[in-house]
Write a protein that binds this ligand. Structure first.
Ligand code: ZN
Ligand code: ZN
Length: 428
């Protein structure tokens, strides 16, 4: 069965994460979004780990579900259209590795995925020797990423290690600030054990295909959500059995079971272009080269974005496409689409939430609405939204790239194209 899988997110125990990121919130929003397999996040955190053990129970091999006595109550608040959606949990965590290697400080984030509480316990006991697991749901450990990979490999043949959002300037394997220039440099003789990498919000498969070093490595996408409404903003589509080992093997081998990824437009990510947030300077890699990497306003070096960094490490041209590749689908979150159509800036405004809830109740989960529903079905009542979804599916959007920590902006309609004087059809 085709599963939508989101393996990298955070619980309320991680810094700067919503208090609603508990199992109940993940369950509620996982169903509304239409995610089938979701990471628990943060299994190294002792309190969270205890909560996971208490509230989850084994379902299929390596997969867990929230206990019935909990879901009975939660289901009452989930629109009927989404209540029957399948949702399973997988034990996951992201570790922040900070260490020095080859005379430079390295900061890498890595995701570890395991098949059982026993394996998670083993990893927790190993990591507990190295640093404080209580301080943050995403623990900061003074250990080489390679050592974490070793522990993961020793923990169980079914465990999986994935370098996270590999292109972000800080905290990433290929990051311009504190990463490496190759997988080999980071993991040495264990480099062949890297079976998958996470492309992150600021890059997409098209950009990653430009590095022959990544050939044969599965490019995965996850939401890295810190709040429930961001779950599934990127995800994987995996045609596997409802079984941890089948899902993880699909990722490890990248065979035909791994169908592809659902992507955020990479320009929307916070570090796509180069620039300075405080100087209001945003440059494409070409413009940066013209300015020799220096900000024309303050004279300091610019924060290089992902596009620039990919260009630096790539050994293939900009428009390179492999003959055979995985499916790549782009989405704009439904709340973003609604806010543009309604004409409000905040995605959490009453008006947006009201329309969002109506759409979900009438037509089912968000992924279904964005990806598969026949837009004829929504056209009568929501003509502009139907049009926006059509345009998104055809990648017919306008984008202002993000830079130096500022999110990019995606607009579906050109100025004047959206006639708000026309009937919007919201009944509001
Ligand atoms: Zn991270
Ligand atoms: Zn500046």
């Amino acid at each position: 069965m085709k599963l939508i899988v989101d393996l990298h997110l955070h619980s309320k125990y991680s810094r700067a994460t919503s208090k609603d990121m508990d199992l109940e919130g993940m369950y509620h929003w996982g169903k509304i979004k239409g995610i089938n397999v979701i990471g628990t996040a943060d299994f190294t955190h002792p309190e969270w780990f205890a909560e996971l053990r208490e509230k989850l129970e084994p379902a299929e091999p390596g997969l867990f579900k929230l206990k019935d006595e909990i879901t009975e109550e939660l289901d009452k608040k989930i629109p009927e259209s989404c209540r029957k959606n399948l949702l399973r949990f997988i034990l996951t965590v992201e570790i922040s590795n900070i260490y020095s290697k080859n005379d430079r400080v390295r900061k890498l984030h890595n995701v570890v995925i395991v098949p059982s509480f026993e394996v998670a316990s083993y990893i927790n006991s190993e990591l507990d020797k190295i640093g404080n697991l209580k301080a943050d749901g995403r623990p900061i450990l003074g250990m080489d990423s390679k050592e974490l990979l070793k522990i993961t490999l020793a923990s169980d043949p079914g465990s999986l290690f994935i370098p996270a959002h590999i292109w972000t300037p800080w905290f990433a394997m290929f990051g311009s600030k504190s990463g490496f220039n190759s997988i080999k440099e980071a993991f040495e003789e264990l480099a062949p054990e890297i079976k998958a990498v996470e492309t992150g919000l600021s890059s997409d498969p098209f950009m990653n295909w430009r590095l022959s070093e990544l050939d044969g490595i599965t490019l995965v996408s996850n939401s890295d959500a810190h709040s429930p409404r961001n779950l599934g903003r990127e995800a994987n589509v995996i045609n596997a059995k409802l079984d941890y080992f089948d899902i993880i093997n699909a990722i490890k081998t990248g065979d035909e079971r791994f169908v592809g990824t659902i992507e955020f437009f990479p320009q929307e990510g916070k570090y796509h272009y180069d620039g300075h947030r405080s100087c209001d300077v945003s440059f494409s890699p070409k413009e940066t080269l013209k300015h020799h990497g220096i900000c024309p306003k303050c004279g300091k070096p610019l924060t290089m974005g992902v596009d620039y960094r990919v260009n630096e490490l790539a050994n293939r041209p900009y428009d390179y496409r492999p003959k055979k590749h995985k499916q790549v689908e782009y989405i704009v979150p439904l709340a973003t689409i609604i806010s543009e159509v309604v004409g409000v800036k905040t995605k959490t405004s009453q008006k947006v939430i009201q329309v969002y809830d109506q759409l979900i109740s009438n037509f089912g989960d968000e992924f279904g609405i964005l990806r598969t529903i026949k837009t004829n079905k929504i056209k009568d009542k929501y003509p502009q939204i139907a049009l926006a979804i059509e345009k998104m599916r055809h990648r017919d959007v306008l984008i202002e790239p993000g830079y130096d920590g500022v999110y990019g902006v995606v607009k579906i309609f050109k100025p004047g194209e959206l006639d708000r004087g026309q009937q919007l059809g919201f009944g509001i």
